[in-house]
Ligand binder design. Sequence first.
Ligand code: TGC
Ligand code: FAD
Length: 389
Amino acid sequence: MAYEGVDFYNIDELLTDEEVAIRDAVRGWVEDRVIPIIEEHAQAGTFPKHLAKEMGEMGLLGANLEGYGCPGLNNVSYGLICQELERGDSGIRSFASVQGSLVMFPIHAYGSEEQKNKWLPRLAAGEAIGCFGLTEPDHGSNPGGMITKAEDKGDHYLLNGAKMWITNGTLADVAVVWAKLDGKVHGFLVERGMEGFSAPEMKGKYSLRASVTSELVFDNVKLPKENLLPGTVGLGLKGPLSCLNNARYGIAWGALGAAQACFDSAKNYALERDQFGAPIARFQLVQNKLAWMLREITKGQLLAWRLGRMKDAGTMKHQQVSLAKMNNVDIAIQIARVARDIHGANGILGEYPIMRHAMNLESVFTYEGTHDIHNLVLGQWITGIQAFQ
Ligand code: TGC
Ligand code: FAD
């Protein structure tokens, strides 16, 4: 039977026909093109790069952006896309999040007409790949402390520094790099092949194994003046943070996809696995675990749906994104752990998606603002007191 998702509260009734059609199309694509191959890629530690163009053809890259070859869908549709992609694997959703929310969004919002025309159509089609370099080895949660810097040399900028933990880095044709110019954070486009720029892949990950993670090294990179994102002048840290709001929004939906995959597998396993003469699904303790998963997924879905409608209405606050990102990733990671328990020893095998999702979610818990950074964002909103420092 085709996968039908979890919809205990008839949330489909809150979606338009178009939103349901987009969700179902992506769900079918993930079922046919991602799920059959993703475990092999995760075991091998490789990203299935051939899927980039397919995602482009499906309109999944920069889905909520208008013009320049982008589909111009609403934000609920974008969220549903993230949910379905992450049901396949967080690495596939990460690819689309970075490309759409962290690379195409800043070029769209802050780029010159030339930059938009040069990059957006190719990025939307999956013909070019992008990455977003904010985090540095010594500045993760505190990106404002970054030391990567650009110096104005008259006819060009000279870029020096390093970024770490950069999704898609080694694959990227263009990197949106955040660096200080005259002490203020600005965005720059660094292109593959520029002298002094390298992007070695980081190996040895136990998490997001089907995603490429890299360092970015800038050793006296001469950047043409036209590679500064002009709209980032004067924004400071708000430039990169505005991109993160979009990506964090997608993650709030995406984590529900991983959670639903784990719930679905746990439910099926509990019904099929016999112990003490009958399926383990008959035990109250197992039913309690499944009921808890359904409860948390349903609450998370309502949160994501409401956030999406507010984003479409232009009323969404970044603190509301923080709450949804931290909540939905937190419940997803807990659901993955409980699902692993229900699968017993089989839960550690790649034959089931559980362990892969559980390991992926460890990264999702940390990236795009750690769980506790979002706690502090909410703490500041509640009390008016900034507790980061
Ligand atoms: P702070 O002084 O609090 O803020 C500076 C100014 O920015 C405003 N602001 C925001 N604006 C828009 N959106 C947001 N989310 C904002 N958060 C804050 C703030 O109001 C202030 O404005 P103003 O007018 O008063 O100047 O800055 P801070 O340096 O104390 O840091 C704040 C903090 C800790 C919340 C921020 O730095 C943060 O979010 N840290 C976490 C870093 C992070 O999330 N990194 C993510 C890197 S990218 C990534 O992980 C990609 S994973 C990709 C994948 O594979 O999916
Ligand atoms: P730290 O900031 O060192 O935090 C370590 C611990 O200290 C955490 O528990 C944190 O919550 C806690 N902590 C820190 N500050 C405080 C505080 N003030 N109060 C209380 N607790 C605190 N970055 C990019 O720029 N681009 C990418 O594409 C990208 N992709 C990634 C892909 C993967 C697989 C991973 C794992 C990370 C990626 N990142 C990316 C980096 C990610 O955003 C950072 O890892 C994250 O922001 C946390 O930074 P950190 O790892 O340096 O942890």
